[in-house]
Design a protein around this ligand. Structure first.
Ligand code: FES
Length: 121
């Protein structure tokens, strides 16, 4: 068995209704995950692309979020109608710009605290 060339992770985390962070699960991520699985199977992309669900990836308010490795490409606001376009871009080595995670979403990721060494001059 070989590892897939491209590995997609889709956040399917669900928070209770009314949680201020919201969640990808509330926005239909489970259905999108199922669509990815069905389209990978229908297009016989096994070995090329694998999709797995994940827990929270952090930029919750921009979800549903998908991250692609080894490319390190992040997609936000993904819907089931975007699945084939994401697969096409992945196979062609392109980034689907219209779904690229917005730069401001990077603030959702924790930053390393300054160390004593980095603050000494
Ligand atoms: S709930 Fe999906 S990124 Fe946090």
């Amino acid at each position: 068995m070989s590892t897939p060339k491209h590995h997609l992770f889709i956040c399917t985390n669900t928070r209770p209704p009314g949680n201020p962070k919201g969640s990808c699960g509330e926005r239909g991520a489970e259905g999108i995950f199922d669509t990815f699985k069905a389209r990978i199977h229908a297009r016989n992309l096994h070995g090329e692309v694998q999709v797995n669900s994940s827990s929270c990836l952090k930029p919750c308010q921009w979800g549903p979020n998908v991250v692609l490795y080894p490319e390190g490409t992040w997609y936000s606001g993904v819907s089931g109608e975007d699945v084939d376009a994401i697969l096409d871009a992945t196979l062609e080595g392109r980034v689907l710009e219209r779904l690229r995670m917005p730069p401001e979403a990077e603030n959702a990721f924790p930053r390393a605290l300054p160390t004593r060494e980095s603050t000494d001059t």
